[in-house]
Ligand binder design. Structure first.
Ligand SMILES: Nc1ncnc2c1ncn2[C@@H]1O[C@H](COP(=O)(O)OP(=O)(O)O)[C@@H](O)[C@H]1O
Ligand SMILES: [Mg+2]
Length: 589
């Protein structure tokens, strides 16, 4: 291919207009200026090409050259991804700091995967084997947790000519493939994929299992499926980051891709220093052994956030194709959408709502559509999933703004954070009246195995909470004591569900993670209490008598018990106390 060369005409922030670059296509990666800053072709009109530059353009001048790569922006995929902290262009933060310190990073060329490191490759195929795209030719133990499966890249098939066991760098040839058209293609540990193109799979399959997060309000009431999507909108300080970090730590995903789009200045610095140290409670090792971080450090321009999201999702799909359940966490998608707005504004496109481009909805939909549960390409029917969970930060907490309202249309689950709840220190501050999940029916099978009555408990608890919020309004006017007893019981049960179930302290040793079995048991006991207490109320027992029982107060603390038997015995005490009250009132009749 002849090299594409152009010349810079104008520079407007991250937007660079160049002349020339014959043959360049929209989406092609380009190197801009003497410093070879990384960018992408976003629009071509005649002889002029609009480029989005992902690095700081200050000091760049008209007349400097632009070189087209002739290929789209690619993700480099292979052993060495796990445990890395990359910037949005897949450059290692650690390498950056070694090379340049925190500041001068422009135009620095760092390959995503380390070139010097050797990986032990164990072949899973032998000479003479016929293989096609997506087949596993061998494995590398990448971290103590992750076995990296080396796949035949998409579009390739043939017969294995040779394959070798041993220590290799990502660039070494581990096998040679004889293709039907008579070529010998070397297979390496590294391969490439354009970040904006979803990776192919054999077929999508129905989602049927939850991503267990150990967070009760999420799993029990508003769960997300493995392969599904969830959005968590909320104003500043309402708990988006803490909730997503809890999910990163505790969810039963095999691999976590965490994309940080710098909410606050020091947040990324926190991630860089804290994440490598985070314990992985599920394995007893470090979280970094099964996680990849993409940090949009604040000295990269906003435009880079745009690319970083696709970079992260592409890496996730690559591990999905190996047969893993991958959780993608984006904090926050609003910062990503702002990058879209920034670029659109500089292109002088006609803005839609609040300056966002008209294609905002399309882009958000496309992003979330990259989630899914699939059978991967290849013979052995590997099943993997990508679950995408994104924070949304509406300015002023106003959910009607474009990014939030659009995201709410596409997300499978919505965890609506509520500033009032956060203010009252009800955490996670997920509003149970405004949140939803579209996965209840798909996931029912999982929960019913734990308790056949699960769906009934869940619906009943939600009904009690809803009714209670209506009654609270009335009680505010006429006073709680003026309400009839059955309604006061609704308020009492709702209080027990809120305090004893919905509120979950991320910093409490036991409460930080609640296994599904315990969630089901707690809910069952609370709804069992409600049924029994309703019976007493019908007999004329005042709610005050029920409320003042010590065993009932204990219901609020059951969540802190580690062993399920302790929960059972606490409930036995409640039953005994209620039986006693019942006997008293039956005699009185
Ligand atoms: N589940 C939780 N348990 C305990 N505290 C929480 C929880 N969620 C949020 N918080 C509190 O709220 C504060 C702000 O949360 P954060 O996630 O940083 O908000 P956001 O990302 O929405 O701006 C945290 O520093 C913490 O004190
Ligand atoms: Mg945050």
């Amino acid at each position: 291919m002849s090299q594409q060369v152009g010349v810079i005409k104008r520079i407007n922030g991250s937007l660079v207009v160049a002349e020339g670059l014959k043959g360049a296509k929209t989406g092609d990666a380009v190197y801009i200026g003497e410093l070879r800053l990384i960018g992408e072709v976003i629009r071509i009109s005649g002889n002029l090409v609009a480029l989005q530059c992902y690095e700081d353009t200050s000091g760049l001048s008209p007349g400097e050259p632009v070189i087209g790569s002739g290929a789209p922006l690619l993700a480099e995929l292979g052993p060495g991804l796990i445990g890395e902290i990359f910037d949005g262009l897949e450059r290692s933060e650690v390498e950056f700091w070694k090379l340049t310190g925190p500041f001068m990073r422009r135009g620095v060329k760092i390959t995503p995967l380390r070139r010097d490191k050797k990986w032990y490759f164990e072949p899973g195929a032998k000479p003479g084997d016929e293989v096609g795209e997506g087949d596993v030719i061998g494995v590398v133990q990448e971290s103590s947790i992750v076995e990296h499966r080396i796949l035949v890249p998409a579009g390739l098939r043939g017969v294995i000519e040779s394959i070798e066991e041993g220590s290799f760098t990502v660039d070494d040839t581990v096998a040679v493939l004889a293709t039907p058209d008579g070529r010998s293609v070397p297979l390496k540990l590294v391969q490439y994929w354009p970040v904006r193109v979803p990776r192919p799979y054999r077929e999508r399959i129905p989602i049927d299992r939850p991503l267990i997060t150990g967070q009760r309000v999420i799993d029990t009431f508003f769960s997300v499926a493995k392969g599904g999507t969830a959005a968590i909108p909320g104003g500043f300080g309402s708990g988006k980051t803490i909730t997503l970090q809890q999910i990163a730590k505790w969810s039963d995903a095999d691999i976590v891709v965490y994309i940080g789009c710098g909410e606050r200045g020091n947040e990324m610095a926190d991630i860089l220093t804290n994440f490598p140290e985070l314990e992985d409670p599920r394995t007893g090792k470090k979280l970094i052994e099964r996680a990849i971080f993409i940090a949009n450090v604040s000295n990269l321009p906003v435009a880079a956030r745009e690319a970083s999201v696709y970079m992260g999702v592409t890496i996730a799909e690559y591990f999905r194709d190996q047969g893993y359940d991958v959780a993608v966490i984006i904090d926050s998608t609003s910062r990503w959408a702002e990058a879209l707005r920034d670029v659109s504004g500089r292109l002088e496109e006609i803005p839609a709502e609040e300056g966002y481009p008209a294609y905002l909805g399309e882009r958000i939909a496309e992003l979330y559509e990259r989630a899914g549960r699939v059978v991967a390409l290849g013979k052995d029917k590997r099943i993997g999933s990508v679950t995408i969970m994104g924070a949304v930060s509406p300015p002023g907490g106003d959910f009607s703004e474009p990014v939030t309202s659009t995201t709410m249309r596409f997300a499978g689950a919505l965890w609506a954070l509520d500033t009032d709840l956060a203010y009252r220190r009800h955490f996670p501050a997920i509003n149970w009246l405004r949140s939803f999940t579209r996965y209840v029916d798909a996931l029912e099978g999982f929960w019913i195995k734990l308790d056949s009555q699960w769906k009934m408990y869940r619906e009943k608890a939600l009904a009690v909470l809803e009714e209670a919020s209506r009654l609270e309004e009335i009680a505010r006017v006429i006073g709680e004591r003026a309400l009839p007893n059955d309604q006061r019981l609704i308020l009492l049960t709702a209080e027990i569900i809120k305090e004893g179930f919905l509120v979950q302290n991320a910093h409490h040793k036991v409460d930080t993670y609640c296994p599904p079995e315990k969630q089901v048991k707690l809910l069952k006991i609370m709804m069992g209490f409600h049924d029994f207490a309703s019976e007493l109320v019908r007999l004329g027992v005042p709610v005050e008598r029920i409320r003042s029982l010590r065993s009932v107060a204990e219901l609020l603390r059951l969540k802190e018990k580690e062993r399920l038997e302790e929960i059972d015995s606490a409930y036995e005490r409640v039953r005994k106390d209620l039986e006693k009250l019942k006997a008293e009132y039956q005699v009185a009749r």
